[in-house]
Design a protein around this ligand. Sequence first.
Ligand code: EPS
Length: 395
Amino acid sequence: MTTLQYTTAGESHGPGLYAFIDGLPQGLDLDRDFIDSELRRRQGGYGRGGRQKIETDRVEFLSGFRRGHTTGSPLVLQVVNKDSRLDDLKRTPPVHRPRPGHADLAGSVKWLTTDCRETLERASARETAARVAAGAVVRCLLRSFDIEVFGFVRGGLEAMSDVAPDEHNWRELLARRDESDVYVPDEATSERLRAAIRQAKIDKDTVGGLVEAHVFGCPIGLGSCMHWDQKIDSRIAGAVMGIQAFKAVEIGMGRDCAQHTGSQVHDPIAFDAASRERVSMGFTRSSNNAGGLEGGMTNGMPVVVRGTMKPISTLLRGLPSVDLNTKQPEDSQYERSDVSAISAASVVMENVVAFEIARAFRDKFSGDSMTEVRAQYGAYLDLARQLPLETPEDS
Ligand code: EPS
């Protein structure tokens, strides 16, 4: 038995992107259509560059998969790059003028080269195709336990939506998100964000934004308060900050907690016997400022994560930089890129958050097969709902 974990490999213009996933239970049905639809969504959105017209991202399983389900052995997946040209010096020439904001400068110095391409090919956000595919794989596990993740774009620049997703309205918001080419589930904000991106394109500039993921259906008790690296919020923060171009992450009320008192921040606890069969086991909260996590553990409320993506660092008009060979001032080099990839970023965050929830789920329900995992999950919910297990005098 191993912990659920994954790693990726591949370059933007190499033969493909790969993910190696360890720790999946045997017998998990993998929904290829769902995984491919997440890959397609990652490719979409207003403001993307020409690359997405070339690629048709699809998942292929190279190991750990047989007749529609996982076998329990390590799962390797690939997403093939059609625009594969890493060794073609004419089409992927050396890059000597680093882009401020990209990995170009630090990576070139670190690996002792003046050709930024050595770094940028791996640093590229194209790698997120592998992470979306890995996240979508483990969402097949989460979905079999009615745990669903909903990600969307809240906005960028002055265009910010005030939609408030909850367990009742999120499917309707998801439908609205899917009607928006900037993935904002609110038409007026979509229009304003699209206009801002259009203007940035005219100005040869770029736009970032704010993305959100809400996880519904987590039972109380995933994660742990025992060690800092077992806290789900700690893992989610690492996963989100690990997405290319992300500069901030918040859980629930996030940084606004600093401007409110304890009585305003903490979500009152009540009990409603009628909702005992739910994953919150009858405990109800009148607010969710904690974003579904207390002490690093799920508390039965939706997990709410917000991430900030900076504007893409490849600007058509260039930015002040230096030629790494001559050390003379030059504008940064332009390569085909996106004006905004905020829509894609929402899909990436949704799926990396899903992976961390699934990892915590497997930490608690670690059976080797889906049959065993289902039995463990059911047994835990039964026990938790019976609390107190001893008479109050004993406990
Ligand atoms: C991306 C593919 C890349 C860029 C973008 C994201 O394609 P190409 O470099 O061939 O045009 O569009 O990469 C970056 C933002 C970056 O900084 O490298 C993708 O598939 O998401």
